[in-house]
Design a protein around this ligand. Structure first.
Ligand code: SF4
Length: 65
């Protein structure tokens, strides 16, 4: 089943660790926040997204239920 990931912009501080962990999924924009690039995370990128969730210092990234 396809999974979606989201960034809580109330928590994100834009340091970009998620972009380093999964550049295919997260993008740092002019608003200094991380944005999700894909609606559905391909199975091949799930491990990278899990890593981004782990390294985010603000716990701003979560899988959507
Ligand atoms: S690692 Fe977390 S706080 Fe940093 S840009 Fe990504 S979502 Fe925002």
């Amino acid at each position: 089943m396809a999974r979606q990931v989201e960034v809580d912009h109330n928590r994100c501080e834009g340091h970009g660790k998620c972009v380093l962990a999964a550049p295919e999924v997260f993008e740092h924009r002019e608003d200094d926040l991380s944005h999700v690039l894909v609606d559905d995370v391909p199975e091949a990128l799930v491990t990278k997204v899990d890593r981004a969730i782990r390294v985010c210092p603000r716990q701003a990234i979560a899988w959507r239920d």
